[in-house]
Design a protein around this ligand. Structure first.
Ligand SMILES: [Cu+2]
Length: 462
């Protein structure tokens, strides 16, 4: 969780500037700030240019710019980075300016922007500005609209941010490798009129996924579907900061998906509307209430709601495998299997072997030895015990009386007396259950095995 001091001071931001690029290439380039921690940076109030309401990048930061002759100049450096996914696990990723995802870029509708991109990767790259309406030659598609940016080279992109909205950037070069290594960043173009679409808190996040074998550091980049780490801004629970809101704040959460599968994003305790996509704002008359919205691959959704319910509310992807970390995959289902005898036999061969999963999958109270540099399948200490979560999960903390702009973790919610589910200690009548629903392992009916593919037994054709 964000430490208060690092949050308030933005500690971890280092201005390295010209030392990052070759001396010859450095002349005239804007500085390229580097962020060294995965803490959530305070929103960056615009020091120059037109006013806007800045966003908060969860466990990330916004890239400062320099104003030169009325043009906002940014400097992205594509490079290998070490990203802490959560305390206890680091990953060797590729990203921008010291982190994956790269820094969020915030501009105002109508701004002319110039972005220098220096390539410190071992292979060529490019940057595609997803969702922008721009000259074709600035679109960043290697081979189609530009040659790749070779290692050591710096390219410059320049266009006008023509419309307000929610966008992202990522390579359009060797995409499978470079996106599987974490190369992506958020882009917000704010409306010219800061009162238009104004909210009190505006959070942004990119969804990405990694396949990192427990005990190792570098993602397997050829994986198509079987990722084992599902991340929000290249962080997994319990490494994600909470989103904080004052009661009755209007809150926007912008989500972009650069994984290879869809994510039904779910918020507890509130109803929201999808107010925007990467195609623009949704007209008010076309919005409907939701508590879950699917964010498909390559899509972005901006949801808006009034945070009217105090509490600690779960916010997560609704695919249950996406709220678990690496150790949770490829484990066989063992509910109802009596393998007590088996465990004893295995124990003679493998000391310390545990019987897992015969009463369900909960591992909340188990402490097992993990390989170096990996995370428990599901963890996170809450006020009532283990949350048994990982991956794409965090908490929306709604509190009365917070100050504007106070994003510090307020701690766990103090529930009003009598408002928490609790054990019933009164009389309990004999339960009526389904016949044969005994949780005790029984001998059961004899197993009726049928040879696969056997004919004349009424088996259906596949
Ligand atoms: Cu998901």
């Amino acid at each position: 969780m964000t430490n208060r001091r690092s949050f308030l001071t933005g500690a971890g931001v280092t201005m390295l500037g010209a030392s990052l690029v070759s001396k010859a290439g450095a002349a005239g380039l804007p500085e390229a700030p580097v962020h060294t921690s995965a803490a959530t940076a305070a929103p960056l109030a615009p020091p120059s240019g037109r006013p806007y309401n800045p966003v908060v990048t969860l466990n990330g930061w916004t890239l400062p710019w320099r104003m030169k002759d009325g043009v906002k100049e940014f400097h992205l450096v594509a490079e290998p980075v070490v990203r802490e996914l959560a305390p206890g696990m680091q990953a060797n990723l590729w990203g921008y300016n010291g982190q994956s995802p790269g820094p969020t870029i915030e501009v105002v509708e109508g701004d002319r922007v110039r972005i220098f991109v220096t390539n410190k990767l071992p292979e060529h790259t490019s940057v595609h500005w997803h969702g922008q309406l721009l000259p074709c030659g600035m679109d960043g598609v290697t081979g189609l609209t530009q040659p790749g940016i070779q290692p050591g080279k710096t390219f410059v992109y320049e266009f006008v941010a023509r419309h307000a909205g929610t966008f992202m950037y990522h390579p359009h070069a060797d995409e499978m490798q470079q996106m599987a290594m974490g190369m992506m960043g958020f882009w917000v173009t704010h409306p010219k009129n800061p009162r238009q679409h104004a909210v009190d808190r505006d959070y942004v996040m990119l969804l990405s996924s990694y396949d990192i074998e427990p005990g190792s550091y570098t993602p397997r980049t050829n994986t198509m579907l079987d990722f084992n780490l599902w991340t929000i801004n290249s962080r997994v629970f319990p490494g994600l900061d909470p989103m904080v809101a004052r009661q009755n704040d209007k809150v926007r959460i912008r989500v972009g998906n650069l994984t290879m599968t869809n994510h039904p994003i779910h918020l507890h305790g509130h109803r929201f509307e999808v107010a925007g996509t990467d195609g623009g704002w949704v007209p008010k008359s076309a919005r409907w209430p939701e508590v879950t919205t699917d964010v498909a691959v390559g899509q972005m959704r901006a949801i808006e709601f009034v945070a009217d319910a105090p509490g600690d509310w779960a916010f997560h992807c609704h695919k249950s495998h996406h709220t678990m970390n690496a150790m949770g995959h490829d484990v066989p289902t063992l509910i109802g299997v009596d393998h007590r005898g088996v465990a004893e036999k295995i124990n003679k061969l493998v000391p310390g072997y545990m019987v897992m999963g015969d009463k369900g999958g909960s591992m909340g109270d188990m402490k097992m030895a993990l390989p170096h540099n990996t995370l428990p399948m599901m963890s996170g200490d809450g006020p009532f015990g283990n949350l048994e979560m990982g991956g794409m999960f965090t908490v929306l903390k709604v509190r009365e009386g917070l100050k504007r702009g106070d994003y510090r973790d307020p701690g766990w919610y103090r529930h009003p007396a009598g408002s928490v589910a609790h054990e019933w200690t009164g009389e309990v009548p004999a339960p009526i259950g389904a016949p044969n629903a005994s949780p005790e392992p029984t001998a059961g009916p004899a197993l009726n095995a049928r040879k696969p593919g056997a004919k004349d037994h009424g088996g259906h054709q596949h």
